[in-house]
Design a protein around this ligand. Structure first.
Ligand code: HEM
Length: 455
């Protein structure tokens, strides 16, 4: 054991009698119990023992230290990772070591900046189509509309187009339905996710949906091999041309990208709508910015448009600071590691929390207030603090591979919605959050909506 390990302190822990209650609450409604643990024990705390030993890491410096450690000290394909059943054993998200590096680097090259930039007009064109449909249903009136469903279907359409190319766009609803069961299943209590082979259960239905998805994706891979389209936007074709991954691996990465990229982005958009609707001056400023940057005709937009949507970008940053789609992210320690001066023994499930970092009172002034301008015009010292405290997409070698796509979607969509619609919340405050895997507003986003005049 090194001298630093000897000096390290054990993790602070709640009394034994409270552990079961805290663990049960952590996996049912995580945010209040995370806040409680943070205020009682500080930036890092231990929970459970033996095979269910956990460490919750929630201080900005401690999370930075953790995410900078070598990935070889941790395992993502661990016993608690229920994602593997849905995304497949070959998915980068449940892989370690060389397998992870190869899969991640192949997907990274498919998500090149050139390909991402090519998606700007597609995202705006789809947003306009969704707004046109919505406005037609309003018929000149103000109506109450559940905007989470609208945003979710828009994001699904964008992700299907980006991953599967033009050919499968007309099967978007079917693809979304094949993911729905898996998403519901992953949000179900852990006890319902225990592996078993029984038919006529939620687990067997998820397996059947996954088989149907596999067939669909396999057909696309075979098609790209036989008849390359040359479509520069198509991720499946990029993965096939790259040639690093087997067909089974490509299939698992495609399912992973859909699974990791669809509900997370839709949930973040839902929180953005809530945050802005409760601060109408922000919504109006977004509209002004979009009118001057995008103008009437979104067809001429490109990546420079994105760079100019500075307020929309700050709204995305501020919302994901307060409401990160992933409240906690797990990795298992395979070695003893030291974080924040505390020893975390090998075998511990380490849960780092973007929720706690984003609300850290020493990093953020008035942390619960939604204020996109807190990211504006920062001094170098403020910039450094803001970077330390902003981790909704993770950091380091396992950070979110879809960050640039999510940022692009959220910024462009919120700008265009504000430019073309007026919204008013149906409740005085945002609803409480729900979701263990993806944090979203319970009850969605019911808003009174009308067309913005002259748009
Ligand atoms: C607002 C939207 C999103 C949020 C907040 C988000 C958040 C995150 C976070 C926090 C991680 C790291 C977890 C860890 O450290 O263990 C992660 C990983 C990942 N994300 Fe995202 N994500 C979003 C959208 C997307 C999109 C659009 C895609 C792809 C289309 C995507 C694909 C992935 C993948 C594949 C990983 C695993 C990377 C690896 O294991 O190397 N995400 N995401």
């Amino acid at each position: 054991m090194s001298s630093i390990d000897v000096a390290a302190r054990p993790l602070p822990k709640p009394p034994l009698g409270e552990q079961v209650r805290l663990l049960r609450r952590l996996f049912a409604d995580p945010q209040p119990v995370l806040d409680e643990l943070r205020s009682r024990y500080g930036p890092i705390v231990g929970l459970g023992a033996g095979p269910v030993a956990m460490a919750v890491v929630g201080g900005p410096s401690e999370v930075r230290e953790l995410l900078a450690m070598p990935t070889s000290s941790f395992r993502w394909g661990h016993k608690f990772n229920a994602l593997g059943f849905v995304v497949g054993a070959g998915s980068m998200i449940v892989s370690d070591g060389e397998d992870h590096q190869r899969r991640r680097s192949s997907v990274r090259s498919a998500f090149s900046r050139r390909r991402l930039n090519g998606w700007v007009p597609m995202i705006l064109e789809r947003t306009d189509r969704a707004v046109d449909e919505l406005r037609a249903s309003l018929d000149g009136d103000t109506r109450e509309v559940e905007l989470f469903a609208v945003g979710r279907s828009l994001v699904l359409g964008i992700v299907v187009r980006a991953l599967f190319g033009e050919r499968l766009v007309e099967r978007t609803t079917e693809i979304g339905d094949l993911f729905q069961g898996a998403q519901d299943y992953l949000e179900a209590p852990a006890i319902r996710q225990v592996p078993h082979p029984f038919p006529f259960t939620a687990r067997s239905r998820v397996r059947a949906d996954r088989n149907a998805l596999d067939e669909l994706i396999d057909a696309e891979i075979a098609d790209r091999r036989a008849h390359p389209t040359g479509d520069p936007l198509d991720v499946i074709e990029a993965l096939v041309v790259d040639g690093t991954l087997s067909d089974a691996e490509i299939r698992d990465q495609v399912v992973t990208l859909m699974g990791a990229g669809y509900d997370t982005t839709a949930a973040s958009l839902a929180w953005m709508l809530w945050c802005c609707a409760l601060e109408p001056h922000v919504w109006d400023r977004l509209a002004e910015e979009a009118a001057s940057v995008i103008g009437d005709d979104a067809g001429t937009a490109d990546h420079t448009t994105l760079a100019e949507l500075a307020l929309a970008d700050r709204v995305m940053r501020e919302t994901t600071r307060l409401h990160p789609a992933g409240v906690i992210s797990p990795r298992e320690a395979v070695d003893d590691v030291v974080v924040g001066g505390h020893r975390i023994p090998a075998g511990t499930l380490v849960l780092w929390s973007a929720h706690l970092v984003g609300r850290d009172p020493d990093t953020w002034a008035d942390p619960l207030r939604f204020d996109p301008d807190r990211f504006h015009d920062l001094t170098p010292a403020q910039q450094e603090l803001a970077e330390l405290g902003w981790v909704p997409f993770g950091r380091g070698p396992r950070n979110c591979i879809g960050f640039a796509l999510a940022q692009m979607e959220l910024t462009l969509i919120i700008a265009r919605l504000a430019q073309r619609l007026e919204i008013e919340p149906t409740m005085p405050t945002a609803p409480p959050p729900v979701g263990m895997v993806v944090n979203r507003p319970s009850g969605g986003v019911p808003m009174r909506v009308r067309s913005r005049p002259n748009q």
